[in-house]
Design a protein around this ligand. Structure first.
Ligand code: ADP
Ligand code: MG
Length: 259
């Protein structure tokens, strides 16, 4: 079955403040959707709410992944259903090596008794690390501890490559990346493009979209998707900023990003 991801009128609050005010989005297998928007408009909140972060309370709406009710699922069930989030600010976990973490994450998605063999895992990890031009020593370092911003982002992409997700959410994967790292990350994403996988790419800048061509671009402001279009929309935002969108919609600077 081709992947289908459906968000209907999603509303979410953090500490009682409404951030998401009714998000509607449909992502089909094979599609790449980009969400762009000024800082503080709720892009990361959307990513966290979808993944089931406990700080964000969903107050209304529905989300379905391949017909299954995502909001009814625990975080680990969401991962098993194929949801993957590359975080804007990945956590550092001292005491857990990167390779132990990756193997646990892979096995958590497999049936008991069907765990990946150590040899097969190492072979896969090493080949993907090579693809991402990562130093092999990163396998044995503690998860993200002391990693630079760019190394953390590459490590998120390594997880994506190994976990074979159905719906990939990348939250500002481009921040902190130099141009070479950006190209490597984009190549990793492009290599994962397939009919049974959808992507939601959250980014503040158009730069990443020079290397990953989205099918749809959405502009988010004040907790809503206020405009949708094709890749040309991202180019216009890069050239002209967000002011023309605000003008079109009658949004004043004072209210942008405020709930
Ligand atoms: P974006 O990713 O678009 O920059 P965010 O989703 O991170 O925006 O934030 C949206 C709004 O929610 C902002 O006003 C931000 O201050 C607020 N917010 C986000 N996370 C928290 C939090 N943990 N506690 C309180 N407010 C938060
Ligand atoms: Mg953000």
């Amino acid at each position: 079955m081709s992947t289908q991801f459906l968000i209907n009128n999603l509303k979410a609050t953090i500490e009682g403040k409404e951030i998401l005010k009714g998000i509607n989005l449909e992502i089909k297998g094979g599609e790449i959707h980009a969400i762009m928007g000024p800082n503080g408009t709720g892009k990361s909140t959307l990513a966290s709410a979808l993944m089931g972060h406990p700080k964000y309370e969903v107050t209304d709406g529905e989300v379905f992944i391949n017909g299954e009710d995502l909001l009814e699922m625990e975080v680990d069930e969401r991962a098993r259903a194929g949801l993957f989030l590359a975080m804007q600010y990945p956590s550092e976990i001292a005491g857990v090596t990167n390779s132990d973490f990756l193997r646990s994450a892979i096995n958590a998605r497999r049936e008991e008794g069907n765990e990946i063999s150590l040899i097969k895992f190492i072979r896969q990890m090493e080949s993907k690390m090579k693809e991402l031009d990562m130093n092999p020593e990163f396998a044995h370092r503690y998860l993200n501890e002391g990693f630079s911003g760019g190394e953390k982002k590459r490590n998120e992409i390594l997880q994506m490559l190994l976990l074979d997700p159905k719906l990939v959410i990348l939250d500002e994967i481009d921040s902190g990346l130099d141009i070479d790292a950006l190209k490597i990350v984009a190549a990793g994403v492009n290599s994962m493009r397939s009919e049974d996988r959808g992507f939601l790419i959250i980014t503040h800048y158009q730069r990443l979209l020079n290397y990953i061509t989205p099918d749809f671009v959405h502009v988010m402001m004040q907790g809503r998707i206020v405009k949708s279009g094709g890749p040309e929309l991202a180019e216009r935002l890069e050239n002209e900023g967000y002011d023309w969108v605000k003008e079109e919609l009658g949004i004043t600077d004072e209210t942008v990003g405020q709930a």
